[in-house]
Design a protein around this ligand. Structure first.
Ligand code: SF4
Length: 422
C-alpha cells in the first residue's frame, strides 16, 4: 500500500506503472539547480505564433494571417494541404520536432536517415524538412537534381553547428599546418551536425562525415588514413567515442576557437605533439544540460532505474550512464526494456515524451527536470509548416535551401566516404 508520503521509488515498487508526471514531480522537487532554467521554457504544446515569447527572433516574413491561428486550426489546414499536395511533397520529421509537426511527417528519424529517405522518394519534387538548417542542407546534398528542399523556418539553426564557423575552422587548419609542417597525416572529421561548407572542407582534405551511430567506425577509418584526427564541432561526441576506443583522455586535446588566431587554440606544443584527436570546443546546448547530479538523483529515487544518454552529453555523464548511443539506439533501448522498467533518458524532451507515450508499460522520463526543448528545433512552429505547404499549393517555393554546386560536390565526397564504410 502506498501513502502520500511514500517516495516515488516506494510507489514504483508497489505499482510499476506509476504516472510519468508523478516521477517528474518527485525529481523536480528534489532538485535545486536554478542554473538549469530553460531559455525556451514554454512547454511543448503549440500556442499561436504571436504568443511565443521568442517569435521576435524567428523568421519574420511569415504572413500575418498565420500569426494568431490556434493549434487545431493549424492542424486542419496542414492536413488539408498535405492531402491536396499528395506525392508532390515529402515531409520529414526529426525526432526532436514537436508532436504537432511529427504527426504530418512521412517518416521520422535522425538527420542522415531522413536525408537518405527523401533522396529515395524521387517522385516527390519538394522535400519539406522539419528540422534545422544543417539537416536541410544535407538533404539538398543527397537529393536528386529535380528535388527542392524547404526549411519551414529559416531561423531554425543549430547552436552546435554555429560554434564551428567555416572561417574559424580554415584558420585552425592553417595553424595546424604551420605547427606540424604539414596536414597530410591529419584527417578532418565533421559530425553530421555541421554546415555544408565543413562537410565540403572534409571532402576536399581527405576527411569524412560521421553520425552518432557510426562515429567509432569512422574514427577507425580515419586512423588508418593518418596519425591524428581533427574532430568538429562536438567535443563530447569526439571524446566519448575516443574514450570507447581506448584513447587516453590526455591524447584528446581541446581547441578553443574563441581565442584569436595565432594561439594554437590555447594548446601548448607538448599537448599538440602528443594529441591523437584535436577536439573542437563545441557542444550541444541541449545535451550539455545533463549532469551527474541528475543521474545520482534518479538513482536515489529509483534504485532499479536504467539510464541511457546521447553521446553528445558530457564525458562524466556518459560514464555514469548504463548505456549511450544515437537517437535510434535510445529508441531501441527503451523499446527493448522489460515491461515495468524505469528508464531515465538524457536526450531532447520531445523524443523522450514520445518514447514515454509509445511505451506505456514502462516509466520513461527525462533526466532534466526542466521541460526544455531544443530551442532551434522548436522554431519549426506549425504556422510555418502551414505557410510553406500552402505556398507550394500556389506553386510558390518559399524558404528553399540550396547548397552551391561546388560545395555540394565536395560535401558529397565526404558523405560517400562515410557510406562506403558500411
Ligand atoms: S539538439 Fe543540439 S545538436 Fe540537435 S539541433 Fe538542437 S542544439 Fe543542435
Amino acid at each position: 500500500m502506498t501513502t502520500d508520503n511514500a517516495t516515488a521509488s516506494e510507489k514504483q515498487r508497489a505499482n510499476p506503472y506509476i504516472e510519468v508526471d508523478e516521477v517528474l514531480a518527485q525529481i523536480q522537487t528534489s532538485f535545486n539547480t536554478p542554473q538549469l532554467q530553460c531559455e525556451t521554457n514554454t512547454g511543448i504544446e503549440t500556442i499561436p505564433l504571436a504568443d511565443e515569447v521568442s517569435f521576435g527572433s524567428w523568421q519574420p516574413e511569415i504572413p500575418e494571417e498565420y500569426w494568431a491561428l490556434e493549434a487545431d486550426e493549424l492542424e486542419r489546414r496542414i492536413r488539408a494541404s498535405r492531402e491536396r499536395l499528395g506525392d508532390q511533397v515529402v515531409v520529414l520529421g526529426h525526432h526532436y520536432q514537436r508532436e504537432d509537426i511529427v504527426q504530418f511527417a512521412d517518416t521520422r528519424g535522425d538527420s542522415f536517415a531522413l536525408a537518405q529517405y527523401a533522396a529515395e522518394r524521387q517522385e516527390s519534387p519538394y522535400i519539406v524538412f522539419c528540422g534545422v538548417h544543417f539537416m536541410a542542407e544535407a538533404a539538398d546534398i543527397l537529393a536528386a537534381p529535380h528535388q527542392q528542399v524547404i526549411l519551414p523556418n529559416m531561423e531554425a539553426g543549430c547552436s552546435m553547428a554555429d560554434m564551428a564557423a567555416a572561417p574559424d575552422v580554415y584558420s585552425a587548419w592553417r595553424e595546424l599546418e604551420d605547427f606540424f609542417g604539414t596536414t597530410e597525416d591529419i584527417i578532418p572529421v565533421t559530425y553530421m551536425n555541421s554546415a555544408a561548407s565543413l562537410k565540403a572542407f572534409c571532402g576536399e582534405h581527405g576527411g569524412v562525415v560521421c553520425t552518432s551511430s557510426n562515429a567509432t567506425q569512422v574514427l577507425d577509418w580515419a586512423f588508418e588514413q593518418g596519425k591524428r584526427v581533427f574532430f568538429f564541432p562536438d567535443q563530447h561526441l569526439g571524446r566519448n567515442t575516443g574514450h570507447a576506443m581506448d584513447i587516453p583522455l590526455d591524447e584528446m586535446v581541446l581547441w578553443n576557437w574563441r581565442l584569436p588566431a595565432g594561439n594554437l587554440g590555447g594548446l601548448g606544443d607538448d599537448e599538440l605533439e602528443r594529441s591523437r584527436i584535436i577536439l573542437w570546443q563545441g557542444h550541444c546546448s541541449v545535451h550539455q544540460r545533463f549532469s551527474l547530479t541528475q543521474i545520482e538523483q534518479a538513482r536515489a529515487s529509483f534504485p532499479d532505474v536504467q539510464i541511457v544518454v546521447h553521446p553528445e552529453c558530457r564525458y562524466e555523464v556518459v560514464q555514469a550512464a548504463d548505456a549511450n548511443g544515437s537517437t535510434a539506439f535510445i529508441a531501441k533501448y527503451v523499446a527493448g526494456a522489460a515491461p515495468g522498467s524505469v528508464i531515465g533518458v538524457g536526450t531532447e524532451i520531445n523524443l523522450v515524451s514520445r518514447l514515454a507515450k509509445e511505451n506505456p508499460d514502462k516509466t520513461v522520463f527525462c533526466l532534466d527536470p526542466v521541460v526544455c526543448p531544443c530551442s532551434t528545433m522548436y522554431r519549426v512552429h506549425p504556422a510555418y509548416l502551414a505557410w510553406v505547404m500552402e505556398s507550394l499549393e500556389r506553386g510558390e517555393v518559399v524558404n528553399r535551401i540550396e547548397v552551391p554546386a561546388e560545395m555540394k560536390a565536395n560535401a558529397k565526397v565526404a558523405l560517400e566516404r562515410m557510406l562506403a564504410l558500411k
